[in-house]
Structure formats: C-alpha cells, structure tokens
Design a protein around this ligand. Structure first.
Ligand SMILES: NC(=O)c1ccc[n+]([C@@H]2O[C@H](COP(=O)([O-])OP(=O)(O)OC[C@H]3O[C@@H](n4cnc5c(N)ncnc54)[C@H](OP(=O)(O)O)[C@@H]3O)[C@@H](O)[C@H]2O)c1
Length: 270
C-alpha cells in the first residue's frame, strides 16, 4: 500500500528506529525488510545510521525499492553543517541518496531559510530526493513553504493526540504527515475502545491504532518495534479495515496526550 505525495508513491507504513542500537537495530531493520516494510526512518541523533545501513545492505532489497529518511541533528542547522552532516549520514547509511531529509527539530539559533537553502543544494546535487520538517508547528510550516517545497512534516500523531490543523494543511498543500509515536509508545493498548475494536476484528490494539492513521489521507505512520513478533504484528495493520463507526469511536477519544515534549520543543500552539 502506498500514499501519493506530490506525485511520488511512498510506502504507507514505515518503520521507526529511535532507541534501536547496535546489532539489535540491524536485526530489527532486517526483520522489517524481510516482512515487507519498505520505508525506514532514522536520524543523525539516533546514533544508529551505521546499523540501519548494515541492515539495508544485506536485506537483498534494491535501493530504488525502499524509501529512506534521516534527519538533521540540532547542532547541524548551519549551511556548512547541513552539507557535511548529510554526507556523513550517506556514508554511514551506505547509500548514494536519501529519499527524504528532514530538519529534526525547529531551533532558533540558525535561520530556517539558511538550513532549507542548504537542503535545496543537496537536492540539486542528487543526494536528497525530497526535503521536509519534523516537529514543525503550522506557522513554521508556513515559514518553510516560503523557502522550499516541503515534502513532509514528521510529527507526534496517534489516537490520543489530535493534529487537525497540520493534517488539514497537509491535505491542502499536498505534503506527508509522518506520524511518529503512532502507538503512543504502546499506550494505545490501555484504552478500552481500542481493545474492543481489536476484539471485534480479531487483530491487535496496535494494528487498530495504525489502521486508524492509515485511513487518513497523507498520513504515514512509522511504528518502531524490536522483536520480530511486534514488527510482524504491526505490519498486519495494512490489512485492517475499520468501519465508519469504529473510526468515529477512536476519533472520540481525548486527544491531549502529547508524549514527546523536550525543553527545545517549539510552542506547539504557534
Ligand atoms: N521526529 C521526532 O522527533 C521523533 C520523535 C519520536 C519518534 N520518532 C520516530 O517515530 C518512531 C516511532 O515512535 P516511537 O518509537 O517513539 O513510539 P511507537 O512506535 O509509538 O512505540 C514504540 C513502542 O511500542 C512497542 N511496540 C511496538 N509494537 C508493539 C506491539 N505490536 N505490541 C506491543 N508493543 C509494541 C515497542 O516495543 P519494542 O521495541 O520492545 O517492540 C516500543 O516500546 C521512532 O522510532 C522514530 O523513528 C520521531
């Protein structure tokens, strides 16, 4: 299953790698590729690009057949650092190009335009196919759109947190909402409604949460899992079809549980 963004087909379910390290990271990414995931998310700040790269290299999947994202670290927003750190990412990942390069967090110390101009230069050089943002609020997305065509905004999004404004912008401007922490880090399983729907359909609560995201235009969830069992279970979400009533029941859950909110986060209401 694929989601079309700006005419580009992106695998609709990705695989997150935050907190995966070393051989475990390599094994989990390799399991994911063997199960059928074709969209892998990493970041310079995860310190695991080399291990992701080792998995990709031995997966047997050709470079054109998977979608790979990494993110620029907070200390690398200045133009020269964007260029050098992306070269380092490419080297560690063992690839010639990235499908998507994101600014991991909006920060105040370097003008957004400077970072985006450097990313556009990488696009011109063929090192990066698409560029985008992560943790960007509506006003930051609007500012970025003055400088470049934004392909994605990767944000926290799951059944317990609403993102109506940004999802509306994504549909209107045709960019991807990459839903991070799509399982609310496992907390979706604590909710009765989600468990009831899972029981009705004979699937796991995680698959229900992912199916709710997959139903939405422009939204691509990237669950992370370590064990082969969890990785496979999450992949079953691609076959889950929720009824309008089931979607409405999940829509009605309180949408105020933001789990990722570090001190450097932007003012989310901006
Ligand atoms: N851009 C950003 O600032 C940002 C921030 C956070 C995350 N992300 C990205 O989004 C990805 C996903 O977010 P996340 O890792 O924070 O949270 P998540 O995907 O919502 O949840 C991951 C947690 O759920 C568990 N889990 C996964 N599948 C399960 C299953 N089928 N049954 C039971 N438990 C299951 C995992 O355990 P096990 O690992 O033990 O299987 C892990 O503890 C990250 O890996 C990263 O790539 C980006």
């Amino acid at each position: 299953m694929r989601t079309t963004i700006q005419g580009v087909k992106v695998p609709a379910l990705g695989f997150g790698t935050f907190r995966l390290a070393g051989q475990t990271c390599r094994d989990s990414v390799l399991h994911a590729m063997h199960i059928g995931y074709r969209h892998i998310d990493t970041a310079q700040m995860y310190d695991n690009e080399e291990w992701v790269g080792r998995a990709l290299a031995t997966s047997g999947v050709g470079r054109e057949d998977y979608f790979l994202t990494t993110k620029i670290a907070n200390g690398s927003h200045a133009a020269p650092n964007v260029l050098s750190s992306t070269d380092e990412s490419l080297r560690r990942l063992g690839v010639d190009y990235l499908d998507l390069l994101l600014i991991h967090w909006p920060i105040q110390t370097v003008p957004l335009g400077e970072t985006l101009e450097a990313m556009l230069a990488l696009q011109d050089q063929g090192k990066v196919r698409h560029i985008g943002l992560s943790n960007a609020t509506p006003s930051i997305v609007a500012e970025a759109e003055n400088h470049a065509r934004i392909f994605a905004n990767q944000i926290e999004y799951h059944p317990l947190l609403g993102q109506e404004h940004l999802c509306g912008m994504a549909r209107e401007h045709d960019f991807m909402i990459t839903a991070y922490a799509p399982l609310a880090m496992g907390k979706v399983a604590d909710y009765l409604v989600i468990n009831e729907i899972a029981a009705e359909l004979g699937v796991s609560p995680m698959a229900v949460a992912l199916a709710w995201l997959l139903e939405q235009d422009k939204v691509v969830p990237i669950p992370k899992a370590t064990s082969e069992e969890h990785i496979a279970e999450n992949f079953t979400a691609l076959d889950v079809r929720l009824s309008p009533q089931q979607i409405a029941a999940i829509d009605a859950l309180p949408k105020d549980r933001r789990l990722v909110n570090p001190s450097h986060a932007p003012d989310w209401e901006r």
